[in-house]
Design a binder for this molecule. Sequence first.
Ligand code: SAM
Ligand code: SF4
Ligand code: SF4
Length: 340
Amino acid sequence: MRLDDTQGRPLRNLRLSVTDRCNLRCQYCMPEEEYAWLPRQEILHFGEIAALVDVFTGLGVDRVRLTGGEPLLRRELARLVTMLAAKPALRDLALTTNGILLGDQAQTLRDAGLGRVTVSLDTLRPERFTALTRRTTHAQVLEGIGAAVRVGFAGLKLDTVVIRGLNDDELVDLVEFARRAPAELRFIEYMDVGGATRWSMAQVVPRSEILAVLERRYGRIEPIVEDSSAPADRYRLADGTVFGIISSTTQPFCARCDRSRLTADGTWYLCLYAREGVDLRGPFRAGATPDELRALITGRWQARTDRGAEERLRLRDRAPLLGPGELRADPRLEMHTRGG
Ligand code: SAM
Ligand code: SF4
Ligand code: SF4
């Protein structure tokens, strides 16, 4: 089954946010003191999530990434992993985490059938981590990365949001750390998404600059040519080390975007930048049949025209997408609710 949008982009990747709660307060994602949270009774139960995933796999989704907020804060997440891992239609079941609770949960998650893990790691310096996240748990993140390797997750990835003046002096250190882990590092350009209320273009370190810094240290960097809908462009250093760059801000990849997002309260977004989502919880809890839900999703995906990041690129004076007031009024617009 392949369901295409108006531009021939299939519905294939689903990012599943299992909670809007987080145990960090990253400056680029949750910089405010107070947040409005999704009402507890609106959070989908595991059975509801699994049933909705079945509806999506019936339409061609074969990759699911669990995210949040911090997904490892969701109680008994491994139980959901077990339920999803049992679905033959899912070829790939992955998780993005800040790593803090991974030391405790890595083995259980692996035993439950989780396929792949990505850990966000923006700095190797504990005091910088504290300034960036307002928490003192850097050592736990490193422990979490160690645990992911130890329990045998293959293809571990580390994601680094690069911010000028904050961590752009650590690019080489992070490449070296990842090589030793071993893991594949991916640099992410700072994005002007919901939640990034302190974003400015001046703080974005573009892909070209990241490559120039690494080239000065490592010499020639070879682009890896591959036909993929993955957001990262991958590169190889002379010694064989591979890393990626996700240049969503300066060179967006909307043309091949096959991903959509389901928030913890069952709102489905067709683009990271979309203001409006499709309520799936309402119809589901009102007793809609799988066929009815499939029809709803099919109609919306077939009408999809979104190219949010490209539209942002065309703006002259680019400022944060949303202000704190708009985000408080609808917490689903937040990156930590949408899942990144
Ligand atoms: N809490 C988990 C974590 O941090 O890995 C999962 C959710 S988080 C929203 C998913 C990803 O979005 C993280 O890698 C994070 O660095 C990234 N992210 C959040 N805000 C961002 C921004 N303004 N620009 C670029 N990436 C961002
Ligand atoms: Fe940081 Fe992820 Fe939490 Fe956002 S959701 S504050 S990126 S750890
Ligand atoms: Fe896909 Fe929207 Fe991101 Fe473009 S901005 S890559 S369409 S989610």
